[in-house]
Design a protein around this ligand. Sequence first.
Ligand code: SF4
Length: 229
Amino acid sequence: MATPSLSLQPDLEAMSAEDVIRWAAGEFGEKLCLTCSWQKQSSVLVHMVSELGLGIDVIELDTHLFFRESYETRDRLVERYGLNLLRPRIATVAEQHRDEGPNLWERDPDRCCHIRKVEPLLKALEPYGAWISGIRRDQSPSRVDTPKLEWSESYGVWKLHPLADWDEKRVWAYINVNEIPYNPLHDVGYRSIGCIPCTRPVAPNEEERAGRWAGSDKLECGIHIERNE
Ligand code: SF4
């Protein structure tokens, strides 16, 4: 697909997270969405969108393998901000066991992430022209080159990363100053939070995402990786 043109593309790299979101809302209108996995970045973004007075659809990729604390965080954020939450259907764990064999995440985590995250997101993004995600450059070496705006050939949408230049300290300062509900697992060593089988807490000297797929060389679930097919 050819990269669609934008009516005006300001220097987003020099803009604040709020200005990036405001610009995207003006450019894409109702065709703008936000994905949330109920980590600390989700807390920042849903608050920011609310403060800007924008009603942006929120897509939750519920793998059915989230921690109880993640679901409870979602519920607190929905209650406080009245999110328009969209939850694409994802195969149940029992269905996956039946079709792929038990515990696919142990044998082939890339395929498991593809089934439970990438494929549902591909479908969920079909009606949209742009997608806001909370990834940050300092989260891991695999994210260090994240721009604030890029065209995703894989998903056929513009992808926005308003928090790309935020560090972890800034995220926490924003959450604390604004008293935003956040995932309590962050308080007990989980600096990055995904599915239960693939997430562990990290030691203070480890990287932020070292607890994801620990013990393997997998760094990303795949939704932020461009496929060259
Ligand atoms: S993070 Fe683990 S359990 Fe979740 S979809 Fe990926 S491989 Fe499966």
